[in-house]
Design a binder for this molecule. Sequence first.
Ligand SMILES: CC(C)(COP(=O)(O)OP(=O)(O)OC[C@H]1O[C@@H](n2cnc3c(N)ncnc32)[C@H](O)[C@@H]1OP(=O)(O)O)[C@@H](O)C(=O)NCCC(=O)NCCS
Length: 171
Amino acid sequence: MKLCRPELLDVDRHDRGSFASTDEAMNEWLRRYARQSQRDDTAATWVIATSEGRIAAFASLSMTGIDRSEAPASLGRGSPNPVPGLLIGRLAVDQDFQGQGVGTALVQHALALAVELKNSAACRAVVVVALNAEAKAWWLRFGFHCFDEENDECFELFLLTAEIEETFGAA
Ligand SMILES: CC(C)(COP(=O)(O)OP(=O)(O)OC[C@H]1O[C@@H](n2cnc3c(N)ncnc32)[C@H](O)[C@@H]1OP(=O)(O)O)[C@@H](O)C(=O)NCCC(=O)NCCS
């Protein structure tokens, strides 16, 4: 099945009901809250879908403020409080599309958006709370760091926007 580039959720074209990742809470959020969050300007949902409108993956993004007192030095140094960031609130891939690079493509899209934001409205880091240990290992592959490197149970992760630019070049 041919997949389109990441695009913003369009409830008239994209079928939220058929989306089935392994995480039911993610599926339910897409069905019940993605549209409302888009309408209320609290989260933008990006999807990778087939040309027929089947959603292969989605990610919800919001601007966030990171408490500087909780932030590691590399994130908090020289920043105002809170530190401006981009939150990947949710990200999931339909089981039929797992392991094909779709999740990676959506992360790369979010990171490119963060670089754009850095240059237009200031965005020091991308942050995400990993769902579980497997998801954490997956995020670490992109270069994310734990807020508390000493604590294996820490699932709050960040990646400096400056690091993204170094890795991928200016967007
Ligand atoms: C985690 C998830 C988003 C990955 O999406 P995906 O599209 O299957 O992932 P991709 O195909 O882009 O990446 C697969 C690569 O990651 C690797 N990988 C998969 N799980 C991994 C893990 N736990 N640790 C390290 N690497 C992992 C694969 O080996 C593969 O590597 P390769 O490209 O070198 O072959 C998807 O499995 C999912 O939706 N899980 C349920 C919800 C979830 O956990 N969301 C994360 C938000 S916190």
